[in-house]
Design a protein. Structure first.
Length: 167
């Protein structure tokens, strides 16, 4: 792990301790917009690009052990939910872009993977653990947030999506 990544982790932990007991972004809060480049490919994506649909935003890094388990499961979920108004967007926080590219060669995904080389997005989103993920409604408001990853999160995510889809 590089010095910059260790510093970012230390900052996240310090922020977590300072805000002990607080959730990341609270349900109902408007998620901060981002404008980040695609890790592989041309162009940028903004959170605003996904208005009107639900979006699941996942912060990850190649050095994150649970990410090795979560990304393939999110890919399966992405395939399962295709055409149902649910988007998955991953935001990579690796210090070195090549680390993320090599990770994705081993664990390919078909949903957009963005790169935040400055690590400003996790600060704005109050990320407290790696990985961290957020389900947003069509207006960009947080419905649910998860810190870390457990396979039970997928069922919780499916339940939250189903709730949002029901009239």
């Amino acid at each position: 792990m590089g010095a910059r990544v260790r510093l970012q982790c230390a900052m996240l932990i310090a922020t977590s301790l300072a805000c002990a007991g607080a959730l990341a972004l609270e349900p109902g809060e408007l998620a901060p917009d981002f404008d980040l480049p695609l890790l592989q490919g041309e162009g940028n994506r903004k959170l605003a690009d996904y208005r009107q649909d639900m979006v699941y935003v996942d912060f990850w890094a190649s050095w994150c052990g649970p990410c090795r388990k979560s990304l393939p499961l999110y890919e399966a979920l992405h395939q399962e939910l295709a055409g149902q108004g649910v988007n998955i967007v991953a935001i990579n926080l690796d210090e070195h872009e090549q680390d993320a590219i090599e990770f994705l060669e081993q664990h390919p995904v078909s949903y957009p993977v963005l790169r935040d080389a400055s690590a400003s997005t996790p600060v704005a989103w109050q990320v407290k653990a790696m990985p961290s993920s957020y389900l947003l409604d069509g207006s960009g408001r947080v419905v649910r947030a998860w810190a870390g990853f457990e396979s039970s999160h997928l069922e919780e995510l499916r339940d939250a999506i189903a709730e949002l889809q029901s009239p």
